[in-house]
Design a protein around this ligand. Structure first.
Ligand SMILES: C[S@@+](CC[C@H](N)C(=O)[O-])C[C@H]1O[C@@H](n2cnc3c(N)ncnc32)[C@H](O)[C@@H]1O
Length: 148
């Protein structure tokens, strides 16, 4: 009998990224992620002001899609993203623009928090742009920052 293994195909895999970990606070969403058969590790983690149990400089990049927003993930997780990404690595995020309204962390809005990390020299901007018809006709924001 011959067994064939087909590598998983997805947008990241097609570009050569295969060593992927996923985290979400919802075990149901992690079940959905598991079915994709592309993640080597799945972690049930609530992103917030508490530190992550992940060593410094672990990842080449962190990607967060559709999760930044009021009542979801706010500016409080960004310092942890920077900490767990290696210098020269990337933090890449997208979300629905209107969901960012009202986010506040330490008295700073989402955009002010992004700017604070720029001013502190923690990252540089690669992309920060508004996208029309991004998610179900909603306007979206796309971000990529290179960690210093
Ligand atoms: C709109 S879904 C997007 C899911 C997935 N990223 C995608 O693009 O299909 C938002 C996800 O953010 C997760 N989430 C919201 N707040 C979170 C937090 N504080 N920590 C971890 N995950 C969170 C939810 O459980 C949910 O799965």
């Amino acid at each position: 009998m011959r067994l064939f293994w087909r590598p998983p195909v997805g947008p990241l895999a097609k570009r050569g990224f295969h060593n992927l970990h996923a985290f979400d606070m919802s075990s149901k969403m992690l079940d959905v992620a598991k079915q994709k058969n592309i993640y080597k590790k799945l972690m049930c983690i609530r992103l917030g002001p508490e530190g992550l149990d992940i060593p410094d400089d672990t990842y080449d990049a962190v990607m967060m899609t559709g999760a930044a927003g009021l009542a979801h993930i706010g500016g409080d997780c960004l310092g942890e993203f920077i900490r767990i990404v290696k210098p020269g690595g990337y933090v890449v995020m997208d979300t629905i623009l209107k969901h960012l309204v009202g986010i506040e962390y330490n008295g700073r809005s989402w955009d002010e928090t992004l700017d604070d990390f720029l001013m502190a020299g923690r990252w540089v901007t690669v992309t920060r742009r508004q996208i029309e018809n991004s998610f179900n006709t909603n306007e979206g924001m796309q971000y990529a920052f290179r960690v210093k």
